[in-house]
Design a binder for this molecule. Structure first.
Ligand SMILES: NC(=O)c1ccc[n+]([C@@H]2O[C@H](COP(=O)([O-])OP(=O)(O)OC[C@H]3O[C@@H](n4cnc5c(N)ncnc54)[C@H](O)[C@@H]3O)[C@@H](O)[C@H]2O)c1
Length: 448
C-alpha cells in the first residue's frame, strides 16, 4: 500500500519505518526543516533501540522517504496517518490545533483535486473523544465525503517502540466504516500473525481506550509511590510488597515499581486531558485529579531527601545526577523528573554535574541554570558531595562501587529508582537513601 505519515516524531518515525519494513511505500511528512534535512541524509532524529537498522534498510530500498510536500504525500497515498503532537493546553485539555490544521490542509488539497479517489485518514495521535467526528466534519464541509476517518491510537512505549509496533498486544481500530476497518486490518495483518487481536470499535471508544490505558498505568505507578511512603513509615520493603502483589495474576507484575514520579510526553498530559474531558462531561474522575497532584509532588521527593541530609542547605554543594531521560532507552526528556529535580537543586544553590548515555544533547533546553555535563558516569562523580540516581539506565545498575565511592567526596547516594541493594550499600559503607526501603546512614552501617 501507499501510506503517508504526517508528523515524523517519536510515533511517526517508528510508524513509517515499520510500515515500510512490511513492504509498503511510506512518505513521511514533517514541517520542521532541520528534522527533514537530517532524515534526508539518513540521519536518525531520535534514539530508539533497533530503529536504525530498519530505517537504513527501508531508505535504501526506497520504501521510506521524507518530505515537507503534504500535497504529494496525500494525493499518492491510500492511507494517511496523523502522528501529530497533542500537547497539554492551558486548561489541561489536549491542544488539537496541529491535528485540525493538518485536517484542514488535507481537505483543501483534496478539494482542489478532481480524482476523488477513496482514502482513509487515520488519527494515531492521542486525542479526546469527538476528534474523529470533528475531523470528519472538517472534510465534509469541503464536500469530501469519499474519505473515511479512523481512530487508531498508538500504544508503543519509547525505548521499546520497535518491539511494541512490530508485535503489539493489540491494535485498536475505531471507525464507522467497514471498508476502512478491512483496509486497516490488511495493513496491520503482518504485525498480528501470532494472533494478537485487532479490536474493532466505534471511534469514541477507540479514542477513550487510549486515555483509559495511560491514566490507569499512571494511577498504578502513583499507587505504588504512595505504598512506598507507607513502607518507609512502617519499616516494610516496597520491592518485596511489589513482588508479593505482582505475582497475583489479577494484578500482574508490570508498572508496580515505586520511584520519583512518572514523566514523559504522554502520561502527564493524557491524565490531564482525561481529567478535563471528565469535568467537561460533568463526571469528574477525581481519582485522576489526585494522581496528577501526587505525581507533581513526587518529583520533588529526592530534593526533599537531599535537603534533609544536608541540613537544609545545598549552597556550594556539588551533586551528581545519573540519568536525565524520563526513562531508560530514550533521549526524550519531556516532563522528566530530572527537569524538576535539577531546576530545583540549581535554584537552591547547588552545583549540578549530570551524565546520561543519550539524553544530554536534549538537556540544555530544559534547565534554567547551568548544568555541567560529564563524559561518563564516573567522571561525573569527581568531587561531588552525593550521587542522585534519577533514571534507571542498565549501565548504572552494576557500577564499580569502589570507583563510585572513591570519586565522591562523601559516599552518599540518593537512589530514586531502587537500582542498588540496601544491604550491599551498607557493607560498602555508603549512606544510602532509596524508595520505600529503610535509609542506611553510613555511621550506623559502620556500627558507630
Ligand atoms: N511518544 C510516545 O511514546 C507516544 C506513544 C503513543 C502515542 N503518542 C501520541 O502520538 C502523538 C505524537 O507524539 P510524538 O511523541 O510522536 O510527538 P513528536 O513531537 O515527537 O512528533 C510530532 C512531529 O509532528 C511534526 N509536526 C507538527 N506539525 C506538523 C505539521 N503541520 N505537518 C507536519 N508535521 C508536523 C513535528 O515537527 C514533529 O516532528 C501525540 O498525540 C502523542 O500523545 C506518543
Amino acid at each position: 500500500m501507499n501510506v503517508a505519515v504526517i508528523g515524523t516524531g517519536y510515533v511517526g518515525l517508528v510508524t513509517g519505518t515499520c510500515f515500510a519494513e512490511t513492504g509498503n511505500h511510506v512518505i513521511c511528512v514533517d514541517n520542521d526543516p532541520a528534522k527533514l534535512e537530517k532524515l534526508n541524509q539518513a540521519d536518525l532524529t531520535i534514539y530508539e533501540p533497533g530503529l536504525e537498522l530498519l530505517f537504513y534498510r527501508n531508505i535504501a530500498k526506497k520504501r521510506l522517504s521524507f518530505t515537507d510536500d503534504l500535497n504529494t504525500a496525500v494525493l499518492s497515498s491510500e492511507i494517511i496517518f496523523l502522528c501529530l503532537p497533542t500537547p497539554q493546553g492551558e486548561d489541561g485539555s489536549a491542544d488539537l490545533r496541529y491535528v485540525f490544521a493538518a485536517a484542514k490542509e488535507i481537505a483543501a488539497i483534496l478539494k482542489k483535486n478532481e480524482s476523488r479517489i477513496y482514502k482513509i485518514l487515520v488519527n494515531k495521535s492521542t486525542v479526546p473523544v469527538g476528534t474523529s467526528s470533528a475531523v470528519k466534519s472538517i472534510l465534509s464541509k469541503e464536500g469530501i465525503t469519499y474519505v473515511d476517518v479512523v481512530s487508531n491510537p498508538e500504544f508503543l512505549r519509547e525505548g521499546f517502540a520497535l518491539e511494541d509496533f512490530m508485535r503489539p498486544d493489540r491494535i485498536v481500530v475505531g471507525s464507522e466504516s467497514k471498508v476502512a476497518i478491512e483496509k486497516m486490518k490488511a495493513l496491520y495483518e503482518p504485525f498480528v500473525r501470532q494472533g494478537n487481536p485487532i479490536i474493532e470499535m466505534d471511534p469514541a471508544s477507540a479514542e477513550l481506550t487510549k486515555y483509559a490505558s495511560n491514566a490507569y498505568l499512571a494511577m498504578r505507578i502513583t499507587y505504588m509511590n504512595e505504598m512506598a511512603s507507607l513502607c518507609e513509615k512502617v519499616g516494610a520493603n516496597v520491592d518485596l510488597v511489589r513482588i508479593g502483589m505482582g505475582t497475583d495474576n489479577r494484578i500482574g507484575k508490570r508498572f508496580l515499581f515505586a520511584g520519583i514520579g512518572y514523566g514523559g510526553s504522554c502520561f502527564p498530559k493524557d491524565v490531564n486531558a482525561l481529567i478535563r474531558t471528565s469535568i467537561e462531561m460533568g463526571s469528574e474522575m477525581k481519582i485522576l485529579t489526585t494522581v496528577d497532584k501526587l505525581n507533581k509532588e513526587r518529583k520533588l521527593l529526592l530534593v526533599d531527601r537531599v535537603m534533609q541530609h544536608f541540613d537544609n542547605n545545598v549552597k556550594g554543594k556539588q551533586l551528581t545526577v545519573w540519568g536525565l531521560a524520563f526513562k531508560p532507552n530514550t533521549d526524550d526528556m519531556r516532563e522528566a523528573p530530572s527537569v524538576v529535580i535539577l531546576n530545583r537543586l540549581l535554584e537552591l544553590g547547588a552545583k549540578v554535574v549530570a551524565y546520561d548515555p543519550v539524553a544530554m544533547k536534549n538537556a540544555g533546553f530544559y534547565f534554567k541554570g547551568s548544568v555541567q555535563y560529564a563524559d561518563d558516569e564516573y567522571a561525573a562523580l569527581k568531587g561531588s558531595d552525593a550521587l542522585l540516581v534519577v533514571t534507571e539506565w542498565n549501565e548504572f545498575r552494576n557500577p564499580d562501587f569502589n570507583l563510585l565511592k572513591s570519586n565522591l567526596k562523601e559516599p552518599v547516594v540518593f537512589d530514586g529508582r531502587n537500582i542498588f541493594e540496601p544491604e550491599k550499600m551498607k557493607e560498602l559503607g555508603f549512606t544510602y537513601y532509596s524508595i520505600g526501603r529503610k535509609p542506611i546512614i553510613a555511621k550506623m552501617a559502620q556500627g558507630l
